[in-house]
Design a protein around this ligand. Structure first.
Ligand SMILES: Cc1cc2nc3c(=O)[nH]c(=O)nc-3n(C[C@H](O)[C@H](O)[C@H](O)COP(=O)(O)OP(=O)(O)OC[C@H]3O[C@@H](n4cnc5c(N)ncnc54)[C@H](O)[C@@H]3O)c2cc1C
Length: 249
């Protein structure tokens, strides 16, 4: 994929897409993915996004080679982020602290996700394609400590911040089960911020569902049971993910 977005090549891909609706531009780049139960708990705890391109540790910086990346992502992080006011001025930007990988559990899950991803890339069928690993290591055997160091160095968000004003009935809830802001009249919140915990996957479709349910609540077409109590803010940290990259020889 490298260089295909530049010059004549880019023009050719654009033309091919316009004329035949085929070719490189029909790709969504994240060509495949999956969910893995790395802890053996019977429920996936890691999602992988696989791209036919090298995704470097540093956001958007090209690694300058062709290759494949597997990005393991912690599905239900236990680390908690925080949003707070910077000042009394409503126009001032809020302070956003992601606090990624602040719990041992999240780090261990990510390390297991890395191991699973490395196993996939070392499968005989992948070996036949002539892969060598660029990161985290060319070696077959890598210690957990080294994987953790890599995880901490390469981790980034997968853009699913949520839960800054969670729905619920407990003292941390900001909106009630019908998404009304507790303690205020005629105000509801309907977006990713009301998720009590981040969903186990991508967040866009759940956000659409939240919006549609809120519309039904307002129209009186649907009711959620329960009554909320107090209003203290909590946050769910964005999901963490990192890159595991291999070039095609
Ligand atoms: C780069 C990126 C890639 C992503 N990829 C995926 C993906 O592949 N799959 C997936 O499922 N999810 C993906 N997500 C996550 C998904 O897009 C979000 O979880 C989802 O859009 C959140 O919906 P929302 O309604 O909570 O917020 P938003 O979609 O952010 O909507 C908030 C809206 O409020 C508007 N707004 C803000 N301030 C004001 C104001 N003061 N007055 C009026 N309007 C205002 C904004 O313009 C915006 O339209 C991605 C997110 C990002 C950033």
């Amino acid at each position: 994929m490298m260089g295909e977005d530049k010059g004549l090549r880019a023009a050719r891909h654009g033309l091919q897409y316009l004329l035949t609706r085929t070719g490189l531009l029909t790709s969504n780049v994240v060509e495949s993915g999956g969910f893995i139960d790395t802890a053996g708990s019977g429920r996936p705890d890691v999602q992988i996004h696989v791209t036919p391109a090298l995704v470097s540790a540093e956001e958007r910086k090209s690694m300058g080679r062709h290759g494949v990346s597997i990005n393991p992502c912690v599905l239900r992080p236990t680390s908690r982020g925080k949003i707070s006011l910077r000042s009394g001025d409503a126009a001032d930007r809020v302070v956003f602290e992601a606090n990624n990988l602040t719990t041992t559990e999240d780090v261990q899950t990510l390390v297991r996700g890395l191991k699973a991803s490395r196993r996939i890339l070392r499968a005989p069928s992948m070996r036949e394609l002539g892969f060598t690993e660029l990161a985290p290591s060319k070696d077959d055997m890598v210690t957990d400590d080294a994987l953790e160091r890599y995880a901490r160095d390469a981790v980034k968000t997968v853009y699913h911040p949520s839960g800054t004003c969670k729905m619920g009935k407990d003292r941390m809830a900001v909106v009630d089960p019908e998404l009304r802001v507790i303690g205020l009249e005629r105000l509801r919140v309907a977006d990713a911020s009301i998720m009590p915990t981040v969903v186990s996957g991508n967040t866009n479709a759940p956000c659409v569902m939240i919006g549609e349910r809120c519309a039904d609540f307002i129209l009186g077409l649907e009711q959620a049971a329960g009554q909320a109590v107090t209003t203290t803010r909590s946050t769910t940290a964005p999901q963490e993910r990192l890159s595991l990259s291999q070039p095609v020889r």
